[in-house]
Structures are given as structure tokens and as C-alpha cells.
Design a protein around this ligand. Sequence first.
Ligand code: PHE
Length: 345
Amino acid sequence: MIQKIEQLLAEIENLQAGNAEELEALRIKYLSKKGAINDLMADFRNVPAEQKKEVGMKLNELKTKAQERINTLKETFANQDNGTNELDLTRTAYPIGLGTRHPLSIVRNEIIDIFARLGFSIAEGPEVEDDLHVFTKLNFAADHPARDMQDTFFIEQNAEDVTKNVILRTHTSSVQVRGMESIPEPPIRILCPGRVYRNEAISYRAHCFFHQIEGLYIDKNVSFTDLKQVLLLFAKEMFGNETKIRLRPSYFPFTEPSAEMDISCNICGGKGCAFCKHTGWVEILGCGMVDPNVLEASGIDSKVYSGYAFGLGVERITNLKYQVKDLRMFSENDIRFLKEFESAN
Ligand code: PHE
């Protein structure tokens, strides 16, 4: 009996099966009711009492080993099956679950491309900023009312000294300040895209965060005419060659003179519609000549250098291009909305 068991043990250790059918045949041969091991079990009662312990242990060992071996072979087949499923070379390539670019990314990239052709390079900076870069160095005095215009989110608020506040940036002009600080001498020509935060009630037309692209050019003899030319070119590239611009006087602490720029409404072609409130014009950005105080605050000699700056909201431009009626759509990750921009990718 022991000999028989030993022989089966040796057989089982070397069991091989080429496919699932062969494996099943082996299972029947060894482990089924009429299999070899069960036959031995049936013979067990004929084993002399003094050998029962030893034979019993061997038999159990044989049964476990056989089970283990069959299971291992089974797993090999299971894994191979998975492998072939993943690599089904006969599958067609479509439809595959390709994502689409977010509309704000599409428009941001388009804007960046236009200004890159004019020699602007990208600059980025932190979203959690100090007061110095968001306000103080941009000519906002400590008690300047314009600080309240930009409903700021505070991370750390210092009651005695506002310049020690830590905040979420309310505009990417902070990156322009960092750009000015980091160069030994102009020229500087940078574009600052990024997310900004303002503490506003969320509705279809306002959100507590949005995206900006601001531009800054500082050199010798930069004039308002240069600014106007660049903005006109941008408007035509972005909205079509027939687009007109107009500049209205405005106020920003960091620019003097300052202006807001309108473009002829690209939805009605300037005839007047609900989008442009029947004026034929829509505002798209703020701009102006960099205030000498701002240059000096970042160590640039305002007697030698001058510059212009502008800032626009990416959501606003995207709305104009694609007429998205509810700003909240941009941050809700609704795949149905995002899929609408598939062809614009
Ligand atoms: N920083 C301004 C804003 O966030 C936009 C701006 C930038 C205006 C540069 C003028 C010049 O509203």
C-alpha cells in the first residue's frame, strides 16, 4: 500500500496538462469518486492496525498534494485566458474610450498660441500667495479700497499688518510681479495663465474660482500703441478678421492709464443681441500701461523702462466662442458637456 502511495505521489508531482480538457481528465483520474486516490481510501480498512497511522498520514498527504497540483495547473490556464482576453488582436480599434480636452484648456491653448507667436513665453506661480505679490507690489496701498473689490479668500489674516496676509491669488498679476523680480534687467515678455479665486456667490454667471491669462511686456519705449496693436491682432486671430475692438478708460491700481477692451459681439456680428445686451459690444479684458510704482516696487527703473499689461478671463472668452450659458458647467465634470467639445480638440 505504502509503495502504491509513493508511486502516485511521484506521478502527481510531475503532472502536466496541455489544456483544460486534459486537466479535467487528470482530475477524474486521481480525485474523482472513482479515481485512484479514492480507490486507495476504500482499501484503507484492509490495512493492518499497526500500519494504519503511517498509511493514513501518507494517504492524506497524497490527497492534499494532488488537489494542490491540480489547482496550480488550473490557475495557470486561468491566467493564460486573461492574457489572451486583454490582448485580443482581432478587436477593432474603434470605439475606444478616448477622453476629450476640457473646453477651457482648448481655449487657453489657443490664446497661448496666439501670444507665443508674438514672442511671449509662459510664466507660472503659486496659487497660495502672499499679500505682497497679489496687492502691495501692485500698488494697492494697505488701506486701498480696491483690495475689497477682489473678494479675497484668506489663508492667514494678520490684523496689524495686511502685507503679512497669506491668501489665494485673486489674479495672476502676482506671477507678473514674480517675473519682474526674477530678471536682472528687462526686456520681459511673459504670459501668465492660471486659476484664480474670488469669494463670490456661485451662480450661472459667477464662480469662486476661474481662469485668467495675463500678459506683461516691459522694455525701452513701450507705448500704448504697442498694446493696442497686440490686442487688435489677438482679437482678430481669436474671433475672426472682421472683429473690431474698442478701448474704454478704466481704473486698476497697477496700470496708468488703464482701459477695458470690448470686441464687436461675435455672436450677432455687432448688430445687437441678448448676449451683448443689444449694444453690439462685449467686454473681454482689462489692460493698461504698467504704473511706474509697480516697476519700481520690483526694482525696475521706471525712467528707463515702460511696459504694458493686460488680463483676460478664459471662461469669458470660452463663453463667447461656444456660448456656454452656465459657468458652473466648466467645473462639474459632466461627461455629456465635455463630449460636446470633441470636434474642437
Ligand atoms: N488683474 C486684473 C484683474 O484681475 C486684470 C488686468 C491685468 C488689468 C493687467 C490690467 C492689466 O481684473
